[in-house]
Ligand binder design. Structure first.
Ligand SMILES: [Zn+2]
Length: 209
């Protein structure tokens, strides 16, 4: 009984909750793994990574698409930095594998366009808030890896925005290929169905092992 409780405690302590509509940052040493868990299944997770030694080097969707010749990353693919070095490698994906590397993070202007008059939380601000919480400032917003975001690109180049097809507990696991800072934002989008038809952002979790 004691053993089981101790194991549960360790597991609980190692998991970081990213509250719905907020972001969290963490330092990840090279060689460690990072699992991102879609606790409720419907939540898009905007994801960034920076080189710990120099955040001017960051996980870059353009170079990742160029190196891998695809817009759809999957297990085995390395996410590349703007200096074309691997930063995160996909080790595991228990979800149906639907993610986005094309679209921007939501920001306050997007919510203004959607008719929201008061301040609306957004992934861009979540990134910078989360970095500030660990004492970092980055004067720009890289394009995010949008985990679980279902925005297929058609043959005509059109982009469709659909609800996620991921399920509760689905997770994606990466290996850090350099000492890195990772940031996750539980996207606050509640105007469109990008976080599910219920339009209700939910908590997600990540685990560094
Ligand atoms: Zn967002």
């Amino acid at each position: 009984m004691l053993f089981r409780d101790a194991a549960k405690l360790v597991t609980t302590m190692a998991v970081t909750v990213v509250p719905a509509r907020y972001g969290r940052a963490a330092r990840v040493p090279r060689g460690r793994t990072i699992a991102v868990i879609n606790t409720h299944g419907n939540q898009v997770v905007d994801t960034w990574a920076f080189a710990a030694a120099d955040p001017a080097e960051f996980m870059c969707m353009e170079h990742t698409r160029s190196v891998n010749s695809t817009i759809y990353p999957r297990v085995g693919v390395a996410m590349m930095t703007n200096r074309r070095r691997p930063v995160l490698t996909w080790l595991e994906d228990t979800s149906p594998g639907v993610h986005d590397t094309v679209l921007c993070a939501c920001n306050r202007q997007i919510y203004e366009e959607l008719g929201i008059r008061e301040y609306h939380r957004n992934c861009e601000d979540n990134l910078h808030e989360a970095l500030a919480e660990i004492g970092m400032t980055v004067p720009f917003t890289p394009a995010p890896l949008n985990l679980f975001m279902n925005t297929p690109v058609g043959e005509d180049g059109g982009i469709v925005r659909l609800a996620p097809v991921s399920r509760p507990g689905d997770r994606v696991t990466f290996r850090a290929e350099m000492d890195a800072v990772v940031v996750f934002s539980a996207c606050p989008q509640d105007i469109t169905p990008i976080n599910g038809d219920g339009r209700l952002p939910q908590d997600v979790e990540f685990l560094i092992a």
